[in-house]
Write a protein that binds this ligand. Sequence first.
Ligand code: ADP
Ligand code: MG
Length: 148
Amino acid sequence: VDPAWSIRGTVVRGYGRGSKELGIPTANLDAESLRGSLGEAVTGIYAGWASVGRSSEVYPMCMSVGFNPVFKNKQRVCEPWLLHEFDQDFYGEEIRLLVCAYLRPEADFVSVQALVDRIHEDAAITRRALQDPLFAALKGDAFLAPQE
Ligand code: ADP
Ligand code: MG
């Protein structure tokens, strides 16, 4: 089996919907890279591994795949939250994602707090899921290493 799906792109400015203010920054990838890598991906929340720029550090990540809220067309976007405290932002850097597992469909929430709580639950589930030996092994996948 090939459980992982890989995405490589550049981190661009998002929609400024204040996710960082909620303690949940989500990186946006450039549209060009997503055209090829998102394909017909089912919308919802996924768990996987991520690395950024020239660093070979690999972090757990939880990401949503949804429809672009700005352009009302069928363009999909993905927004990974890397489960790590970074010292600074990484706009303009390359980001590499290895998507391992589907967690749940998108949902509506009665309040912002309910949404934030659910995302924290998703993060906990992500960390647990990535302990599966099949997924844990992918942390060392060559795709996540920066290229020379
Ligand atoms: P935007 O609307 O531009 O996407 P966000 O509030 O969602 O802004 O913050 C995302 C940005 O924060 C990323 O592009 C990245 O540069 C930075 N960032 C810092 N820490 C993280 C993290 N743990 N996960 C994702 N992005 C992070
Ligand atoms: Mg964002």
